[in-house]
Design a protein around this ligand. Sequence first.
Ligand SMILES: NC(=O)c1ccc[n+]([C@@H]2O[C@H](COP(=O)([O-])OP(=O)(O)OC[C@H]3O[C@@H](n4cnc5c(N)ncnc54)[C@H](OP(=O)(O)O)[C@@H]3O)[C@@H](O)[C@H]2O)c1
Length: 268
Amino acid sequence: MTDNTAETTGSPPTDVLATSPEGKAVVVTGGGTGIGRAVAHRFAEEGARVLVVGRTPGTLRETAREHPRIRTLATDITAPDGPDTVVETALEHFGRLDVLVNNAALGIGGTLDTLDPAGLDAQLATNLRAPMLLTRRALTALEKSSGTIVNLSTAGSLGRRAWPGMSVYGATKTALDFLTRTWAVELAPRGIRVVAVAPGVIDTGMATRNGASAEQYAAFLDDIRPRIPSGRVGSPEEIAWWVARLTDPLAGYANGTVLAVDGALSVQ
Ligand SMILES: NC(=O)c1ccc[n+]([C@@H]2O[C@H](COP(=O)([O-])OP(=O)(O)OC[C@H]3O[C@@H](n4cnc5c(N)ncnc54)[C@H](OP(=O)(O)O)[C@@H]3O)[C@@H](O)[C@H]2O)c1
């Protein structure tokens, strides 16, 4: 039997370890609230320079408050010029791009018989089309830095699960997982990694930003909490930590990975 171990293992290539002395340059879409805000803060606290993108200037400003390493960009990532605006602004500020976090998403509930074409289009545009076109636009810059793309998926649509009432949202996230795997293979020869974090239930109030009342959201949390093996919902900071870790040089062998961070909700 031939031992080819020496040819197939080794240290990370040195270019993967090269970062700018001014720290990584990171773009976080949907960085004005919830998980995106926590991701921006985590990267900034670890010395990165961050551009947070969203449609609401006020929430973006709040994310950047007391964080001089965070810049803001109020733009709609689904707009025709969205991808150009995001990447060009990042390059103007930082001169490079090391990490793209595709975090912005809409999650509109409803069963098939209540499907609203406008809500369907908005979810497809925000959760799928925009990350596709933004990631494509960022490739040249990411190739220069041997960068990383981190997609925010969801544990709710992992594996062979069904998700009554969230079929469109779940379908966009399942598709995003497929893109994560496929782009990882396509982009590996260019030195770009593609990974995803699939959070479980994280208390960000996302549902209330997508049409649920405060009472409905509280009832949802009360209902699901006892069904989470870890016995609690997660915090945005617990997701942000994993997003940042997956961009560490020593995470360099994780590629095409969709990492569930969900208190074992999806494996019970
Ligand atoms: N919270 C959870 O339990 C949970 C669980 C699993 C997965 N996730 C995923 O984690 C990510 C973050 O979720 P979250 O809970 O933090 O939700 P969130 O607070 O509602 O964050 C979504 C962000 O996306 C931005 N956004 C929406 N449409 C946009 C557009 N067209 N252009 C630019 N920005 C846009 C929103 O800001 P504007 O409205 O100001 O644009 C908002 O800041 C999402 O991908 C979500 O699917 C969340």
